[in-house]
Design a protein around this ligand. Sequence first.
Ligand code: FE2
Ligand code: FE2
Length: 190
Amino acid sequence: MPDPRLTALDAPWMRLSARRQAHSVSVAELARDLAAAHGDDPHLLYLAGLYHDLARELSADELLMEARRQAWPVDSYEAAAPILLHGPVAGGWAGDAGLPAPYAAAIWWHTTAHPHLDRAGRILFVADGVEPGRGPYPGREDLYARAFINLGDAYQGVLASTLGYLQARGLTPHPRLLAAHRAAAPPPPP
Ligand SMILES: [Fe+2]
Ligand SMILES: [Fe+2]
């Protein structure tokens, strides 16, 4: 019998473009494999991977409306760039469909990360950043390999790469991303 947590989200899944579906399947497969490597739940991380970008193709108005309907506390960065809300909105849908809270939260934070991100959140964030379908960028293959060996190290690398990407384009990072990057930095040498 199919997992009801999968069928509950058939409708938004069918509205995604083929390109987004392919990315989501690739993230799901990598998140599942990373979960197996690091002692997390492979099936729940597979579902989180499938769901993480379900709201990525909504319009800005739709994202704002849905975030407010879910009582998400929209901040000034999200109000100015509603695309940042695609994680929180999809995480809300996933929670409603029965995905346990830590995995719905992993979806919430998959774009900006969070200074207190747990293992499931780190796995999803890293899988989203390094899945093989991501256009080639310097260091992707190395981060992919490191993700299986040292999750914290790969997480820090994907945070740094995301910040570098934003800075190169003159985009302001969300303060949560900056805080996550600071929190993940290795301690200074004694
Ligand atoms: Fe996303
Ligand atoms: Fe994604």
